[in-house]
Design a protein around this ligand. Structure first.
Ligand SMILES: *[C@@H]1O[C@H](CO)[C@@H](O)[C@H](O)[C@H]1NC(C)=O
Ligand SMILES: *[C@@H]1O[C@H](CO)[C@@H](O)[C@H](O)[C@H]1NC(C)=O
Ligand SMILES: *[C@@H]1O[C@H](CO)[C@@H](O)[C@H](O)[C@H]1NC(C)=O
Ligand SMILES: *[C@@H]1O[C@H](CO)[C@@H](O)[C@H](O)[C@H]1NC(C)=O
Ligand SMILES: *[C@@H]1O[C@H](CO)[C@@H](O)[C@H](O)[C@H]1NC(C)=O
Ligand SMILES: *[C@@H]1O[C@H](CO)[C@@H](O)[C@H](O)[C@H]1NC(C)=O
Ligand SMILES: *[C@@H]1O[C@H](CO)[C@@H](O)[C@H](O)[C@H]1NC(C)=O
Ligand SMILES: *[C@@H]1O[C@H](CO)[C@@H](O)[C@H](O)[C@H]1NC(C)=O
Ligand SMILES: CC(=O)N[C@H]1CO[C@H](CO)[C@@H](O)[C@@H]1O
Length: 457
């Protein structure tokens, strides 16, 4: 034990040089974007449930429901795409509330032609406004699914398939394999289908319970690493106690390059703005951002606004720099140690997220319906804002060393890149550069390093 602690102290000197390196390492988004699961939503998943509702002469009719059990990650337009591989020679006779993107080769059929004969069908949701006789409950929202916290009543999407050339009893049915979920891009990995207890359904008058003939579940989980997205969001900071505004890191989401890529961004004063917005990229939904040093479609600004005796106040502004995107039902996840004593939040909804018991330094914020849940495209109206009032906990509260700034911010589930901690605005007359306490996530790494170094000797 003695040799461990003494060598740990000996390593401290070396560690100071590591500190700079760590700041650099952590200031890039690599820390949280490569983790395989989301530490802020450890059980978050999308569950796909197949309920066999009836047997037919050559197969079955099933209702397939996609539940988004993620706290804050939702599925935006153009919506989900679900694929699977049939175990045998199954075909889809017909569908309600959804459709396959391709019919495939049905030439072996003479009288009735199936809806889809592909071995690996790909299903999408129908659009709003679908005729009633093609709808089922929870369908036809263009594949958009809200998150569990923000709107549980819209966190599911369903369609019905009538399957032929399939088993007709719960012993002979073969489960589909190799499920893939795109939402809309990559990022989700789905496990195998598992037979579970048949779902029960309560009738509208609650006087009778019916049940599925057979049910299987598939669970899909998201990983930012698999999604391999370039950053889409960044954070800027300011405070009342220092006039410095720390902007988003330069080139966070791309660099302005009007030499090799003219038109990668537009200036708001440009006479070509209108034609660029409706230009060739309009249909493909490729972002058209306002020219900024960071080139991100979304910027979150955190301003430490006021200091009272018992409280302190923050103003949060989300700005949309994308001319081609209105964000409906946006959400923000923010981690800051004072969220355990958030006293009041103005003009946003709020829910404390407790990924682990006893830890509530993380909150989810979202807009009020019909007021500011719609984050308009870039322009004078393209922002939403709120103020947060925190109660000071005397034992932890400080304006020093950047404590008042957030530790982590997600916009719609995507990590927002923070400025490097050594550039944070600091209190006038603060002594040395504020490094140590800003290494909040790095602190564990630091202690790990101490151990590793100690054992290496
Ligand atoms: C999926 O999420 C639900 C709801 O949070 C949870 O009950 C379930 O255990 C999760 N499933 C898996 C496989 O993690
Ligand atoms: C299949 O049905 C039988 C009764 O008909 C039941 O005992 C059995 O549990 C069912 N198996 C599955 C996998 O649902
Ligand atoms: C699973 O699906 C993917 C994509 O659809 C395909 O590339 C892969 O070959 C499939 N694997 C099996 C075993 O069918
Ligand atoms: C299957 O999925 C449904 C709906 O998502 C869920 O209620 C049920 O608990 C799941 N069953 C298992 C065993 O995971
Ligand atoms: C590129 O754009 C910047 C900012 O809009 C401008 O200052 C610069 O002159 C442009 N360079 C070229 C080569 O057009
Ligand atoms: C965003 O919404 C506004 C107001 O509804 C609309 O005029 C505009 O065309 C929309 N922009 C996009 C890119 O959908
Ligand atoms: C933090 O969690 C505790 C218990 O887990 C809860 O009583 C308290 O209200 C939470 N604080 C906030 C601001 O939500
Ligand atoms: C404000 O913070 C910056 C660091 O971002 C620092 O360089 C500057 O000296 C501070 N200003 C004052 C008045 O202390
Ligand atoms: C000053 C104050 O209200 N502090 C509280 C902040 O929240 C934690 C945990 O919820 C309490 O233990 C503190 O008393």
């Amino acid at each position: 034990m003695r040799s461990l602690s003494s060598s740990a102290f000996g390593s401290m000197a070396k560690l100071s040089s590591f500190a700079v390196l760590l700041v650099l390492l952590l200031s890039c988004s690599c820390f949280s974007s490569t983790e395989a699961y989301d530490a802020l939503d450890p059980t978050g998943n999308i569950t796909i449930k197949w309920d066999v509702m009836s047997w037919t002469p050559d197969g079955y009719v099933a209702v397939v429901t996609i539940y988004n059990f993620q706290q804050y990650r939702h599925i935006q337009a153009p919506g989900w795409t679900l694929g699977w591989t049939w175990a045998k020679k199954e075909v889809i006779w017909s569908m309600m509330g959804g459709q396959t993107t391709e019919q495939g080769d049905c030439s072996r059929f003479k009288a009735n032609i199936p809806h889809c004969c592909k071995k690996d069908p790909t299903v999408v949701d129908l659009l709003p406004g679908t005729p009633y006789n093609q709808q089922i409950a929870n369908c036809c929202k263009g594949g958009v699914i809200n998150s569990w916290v923000q709107d549980p009543s819209n966190a599911a999407s369903a369609f019905q398939v009538s399957v032929g050339n399939a088993g007709t009893t719960n012993k002979t049915v073969r489960l589909p394999k190799n499920f893939t979920l795109k939402a809309p891009g990559p990022g989700y990995t789905c496990g195998p289908a598992k037979i579970v207890r048949p779902s029960k359904f309560v009738t509208a008058d609650k006087r009778r319970v019916t049940q599925a003939l057979m049910t299987w579940n598939v669970t899909c989980t998201y990983s930012q690493f698999l999604a391999q997205k370039t950053p889409t969001c960044c954070v800027s900071l300011s405070s009342f106690y220092n006039e410095t505004i720390v902007n988003c890191p330069t080139c966070t989401c791309g660099c302005q390059n009007n030499v090799t890529e003219p038109g990668s961004c537009v200036n708001p004063e440009s006479p070509y703005l209108a034609s660029a917005v409706s230009g060739p990229g309009k249909l493909s939904n490729t972002p058209l951002v306002q020219c900024t040093s960071h080139m991100c479609p979304i910027r979150v600004h955190w301003h430490v606004k006021l200091n009272y005796k018992e409280y302190w106040r923050v103003k949060v502004t989300i700005t949309n720099f994308n001319y081609r995107m209105n964000y409906t039902q946006w959400n923000l996840v923010v981690q800051h140690p004072n969220f355990d004593n958030l006293t009041k939040i103005f003009s946003f909804y709020y829910k404390s997220l407790t990924p682990y018991a006893g830890l509530n330094d993380t909150a989810m914020l979202w807009g009020i319906k019909f007021y500011n849940d719609f984050l308009m495209q870039a322009g004078p109206l393209g922002n939403v804002q709120s103020e947060l009032l925190f109660r000071k906990d005397k034992s932890t509260f400080t304006f020093e060393k950047g404590w008042a700034f957030p530790r982590r911010i997600y916009f719609n589930g995507d990590n927002c890149v923070m400025p490097p901690p050594d550039g944070y605005p600091w209190l006038p007359n603060a002594g040395s550069r504020p490094i140590v306490s800003l290494l909040y996530p790095a602190f564990t790494i630091l202690s790990l390093l101490v151990f590793l170094l100690a054992f290496a000797q």
